[in-house]
Design a protein around this ligand. Structure first.
Ligand code: SF4
Length: 385
């Protein structure tokens, strides 16, 4: 247990780690993540830099979960991917045999040979950036795979991994409710254990954002998007998936334990450009520019660009709000045990009002969202922050 900079109660050592691989073939029109397109020439430097950053741990740290995200980690040439996996195994070994080690993958990169390399290195969960099974929707999203390729990637991955997750996007310009139903039906038929479903958003910095501003493309209406979201909940739950977080569904026992770290307000390490860690109540974000990240580490400097020390009040509020994303909500007594007393009292008063308005409900010692609150949940949390 450690605590140095903030006034929080002693915090546990992180048991989760995120590592960001920033490379993509090209930037998708809706994406504003920390990625660089077509920079194969930086890949070796990146592996060396992130290995230096991992070495900053000084000693191996046993983890319950590691998540390699991106970007497109599977775009790395095999030899570099191998080196990355070796470094992670060395510095972030799994604490137990059932630790969760995930990697994000592009459906087009999936092959038996890649899956074998990942499995042999210890990766046991694969998360495919599928987005849709329909070619027109995939073209609209600027993706370089087709629906048939995604299906094949899922079949191959499921031969190697017990846990196969797929991301799906709804609310793409021009998409009809029936298109979304057919994506869901297709997913249900395939050997998928976890699904993340996201409504398309138009973020500043992404090409789609300016196209929507100019009127070149039309976002689907809020009503249609809401209907799509509720349709996903209905169809996936009927098919045996548990809706365990606002945007996430899993077969029983297949929830993403790594992401649960974030929603539970537990600490985690982070490595790579733009990656954000949360340790001892301090949030640190690495430089978002991959070029600057590389130069800083190569020059013997810290890659950290921002640092925010959370006080106990803010930490308590955030822990509540992040936890409320889970469908089973927040275990109230557990929050009371660690939260700041005055803040807990303020949260409790707000909860009472939201319970009266039927946005929140008590269930088995947990405070959770009602189904009525689900579609509007983002609007509720400003009252707690
Ligand atoms: S593949 Fe993913 S991370 Fe890369 S540009 Fe597209 S949406 Fe962004």
């Amino acid at each position: 247990m450690t605590n140095s900079l903030s006034d929080l109660p002693p915090q546990p050592e992180p048991k989760a780690a995120y590592l960001h691989v920033p490379f993509c073939h090209r930037r998708c029109p809706y994406c504003n993540f920390t990625v660089v397109a077509d920079r194969q020439d930086w890949m070796e430097r990146f592996i060396e830099a992130v290995t230096v950053e991992l070495g900053g741990l000084n000693s191996p740290r046993p983890m319950n979960s590691v998540f390699i995200g991106g970007g497109t980690p599977t775009l790395l040439p095999r030899e570099l991917l191998h080196r990355l996996l070796d470094s992670i195994s060395r510095w972030l070994p799994m604490a137990t045999v059932d630790g969760e080690w995930s990697i994000e993958a592009n459906p087009n990169d999936i092959s038996d040979e890649l899956c074998e390399l990942l499995r042999k290195s210890g990766v046991n969960r694969i998360s495919l950036g599928g987005q849709s099974f329909q070619d027109t929707k995939l073209s609209m999203l600027g993706r370089d795979h087709r629906g048939e390729q995604l299906q094949e990637a899922i079949r191959i991955a499921s031969q190697w991994f017990d846990e196969v997750s797929v991301d799906l996007i709804f609310g793409v310009p021009g998409e009809k409710l029936d298109d979304w139903r057919s994506d869901l039906a297709c997913a249900i038929e395939l050997p998928i254990t976890h699904l993340s479903t996201y409504g398309l958003t138009y973020e500043k910095g992404a090409r789609y954002w300016s196209q929507v501003q100019r009127g070149d493309i039309m976002a689907v209406s809020e009503e249609v998007e809401l209907e799509m979201y509720m349709t996903a909940i209905k169809h996936l739950c009927e098919a045996g998936f548990e809706h365990y977080e606002v945007s996430n569904f899993s077969l029983p026992g297949s929830s993403c334990r790594h992401n649960e770290t974030y929603w539970n307000g537990e600490p985690w390490y982070a490595f790579g450009p733009g990656a954000a860690s949360f340790i001892d109540g301090v949030r640190r974000v690495n430089h978002r520019s991959t070029g600057t990240y590389l130069k800083r580490i190569e020059g013997g400097e810290s890659p950290i660009a921002e640092e925010e020390i959370l006080d106990w009040d803010t930490w308590t509020r955030e822990r509540f709000v992040f936890g409320m994303r889970k469908r089973n909500g927040v275990h109230w007594e557990a929050l009371v045990d660690v939260g700041k007393r005055e803040t807990i009292e303020t949260i409790q008063r707000q909860i009472q009002m939201h319970v009266q308005d039927e946005w929140l409900e008590w269930s088995d010692g947990h405070i959770r969202m009602t189904s009525k609150a689900l579609p509007v949940s983002d609007g509720l949390w400003k009252d707690y922050l």
